[in-house]
Write a protein that binds this ligand. Structure first.
Ligand SMILES: Nc1ncnc2c1ncn2[C@@H]1O[C@H](COP(=O)(O)OP(=O)(O)OP(=O)(O)O)[C@@H](O)[C@H]1O
Ligand SMILES: [Mg+2]
Length: 311
C-alpha cells in the first residue's frame, strides 16, 4: 500500500456548533467520538463519527464557500445515483448550517486494502473495475455528473517539460520527451466515453469493509469516460505497492477495461505520468505536505509500466 502522509485536516470540534447540533439532531443521537482517518490530502473535515447508541457515520464538511463543498456535493449526488451493487457507500444525507455544508455517508469499517502482491485485494479490485466498467453508466449517474468536466481528460505534462526540460530529469526520460509528448497529445481525443469513472482510485480512497469487502470511497472526482481511466490510474499504485512494472503491464494488456481500448490506455498512461512529472516539480500546496514526493514516486512507477507498453 502506498504510505501517504496525514494532511492538516479540520477536526470535528472545528465545525461550527450549529452544524454539529443539526447533525446530532438528524442522526438522532449525540456524537461521542470523532476519528479523523490518516491518509488523503484534503484539509476539510473527513471523520468517522460514533454516536451514543454505537452507530457510526462518515462525515465530510467544509465552509459552504470552500471549493471542497462543491466537491462534497458532487460526491453526494454521485453516491445517490450509482447503480445498485456499485462498490460505494450509501449517501445518508446533506445538511447545511452556519454557512457550512456536511455530507453524511454510510460508515465502512476496515483498513485500506493491501495492494501488495501477497494480498488478494488487488484481484478483488480488478474484478470490481471490470464489473463497474463493463456496461454504460446508468442514466441517473450520467445526469449527476453531466456538468462535471472529466479531470482525467485534461491531464498532460510532457509537452510542458519538452518545452523547458528540468535539469533533474532522468536522461532516459529526457531522451523520450518527444515521443511522450506526442503520445499524450493523442489523449484528449480519446478521453470520451460512457462508463463510470471514479477518477481518483488509490488505496487511501478504498476501504476493505469487514462485511462488503473492498469498497471505493471519495467519489468527489467521479465522471463518465472511457473504461480504461481507473484501471490505468491504479497501475502505478500497484507498482508502488511492490508489483513489478512488467506484471502490471501484462495485466493492463489482459484486463477488459484496458484491453478493449489499448490506444486510449497507453495515451492516458502517458498523460498521467506527464502530469505527475510536471506537478511533482511545482511548489507544495498548503496543507498537503507529502503530495510532491508522492507524485515523484507515482510518476516513476507509471513511467516504468508505460516503458513496457511502448517496447
Ligand atoms: N464511508 C467511509 N467510511 C469509513 N471511512 C471512510 C469513508 N470514506 C472515506 N473514509 C476514510 O476517510 C479518508 C478520507 O476520506 P475521503 O478520501 O473521502 O476525503 P477527502 O478529503 O476527499 O480525501 P482526499 O484527502 O483524498 O482529497 C479516506 O482515505 C478513508 O480512509
Ligand atoms: Mg481521499
Amino acid at each position: 500500500m502506498s504510505a501517504l502522509p496525514p494532511a492538516g485536516r479540520l477536526q470535528w470540534t472545528d465545525v461550527p456548533a450549529p452544524l454539529r447540533t443539526r447533525l446530532e439532531a438528524v442522526l438522532e443521537a449525540p456524537v461521542t467520538d470523532a476519528v479523523t482517518p490518516a491518509g488523503g490530502f484534503g484539509h476539510q473535515l473527513a471523520a468517522a463519527l460514533t454516536l451514543a447508541d454505537g452507530r457510526r457515520f462518515f462525515v465530510k464538511a467544509a465552509p459552504t464557500d470552500d471549493p471542497l463543498t462543491a466537491a462534497n456535493l458532487h460526491e453526494g449526488a454521485v453516491l445517490a445515483s450509482l447503480p445498485p451493487g456499485a462498490p460505494a457507500p450509501d449517501l445518508v444525507g446533506i445538511h447545511h448550517a452556519a454557512d457550512w455544508t456536511a455530507v453524511v455517508i454510510a460508515h465502512l469499517d476496515g483498513p485500506h486494502p493491501d495492494l501488495s502482491p501477497d494480498s488478494s485485494d488487488p484481484g478483488q479490485i480488478w474484478s470490481l473495475l471490470d464489473k463497474l466498467t463493463s456496461s454504460p453508466a446508468p442514466p441517473p449517474y450520467t445526469a449527476a455528473v453531466a456538468t462535471t468536466p472529466s479531470g482525467a481528460a485534461g491531464l498532460h505534462g510532457w509537452a510542458v517539460l519538452l518545452a523547458n526540460p528540468p535539469g533533474d530529469l532522468d536522461p532516459g526520460v529526457r531522451h523520450r520527451l518527444h515521443e511522450l509528448a506526442e503520445l499524450e497529445a493523442t489523449w484528449p481525443a480519446l478521453a470520451h466515453g460512457d462508463r463510470i469513472v471514479h477518477g481518483d482510485l488509490r488505496a487511501d480512497n478504498m476501504v476493505r469493509d469487514h462485511d462488503r469487502g473492498v469498497t471505493f470511497v471519495d467519489w468527489a472526482h467521479a465522471t463518465t469516460g472511457p473504461a480504461c481511466i481507473d484501471a490505468v490510474s491504479l497501475a502505478p499504485q500497484l507498482v508502488l505497492a511492490g508489483h513489478t512494472p512488467k506484471d502490471i503491464a501484462r495485466l493492463l494488456d489482459e484486463h477488459p477495461a484496458t484491453a478493449t481500448d489499448p490506444l486510449a490506455s497507453t495515451a492516458f498512461l502517458a498523460a498521467l505520468t506527464g502530469h505527475w512529472h510536471r506537478n511533482a516539480r511545482k511548489p507544495a500546496p498548503p496543507g498537503a505536505p507529502g503530495l510532491r514526493a508522492y507524485q515523484h514516486r507515482a510518476a516513476a512507477a507509471g513511467l516504468a509500466v508505460l516503458g513496457h507498453r511502448l517496447n
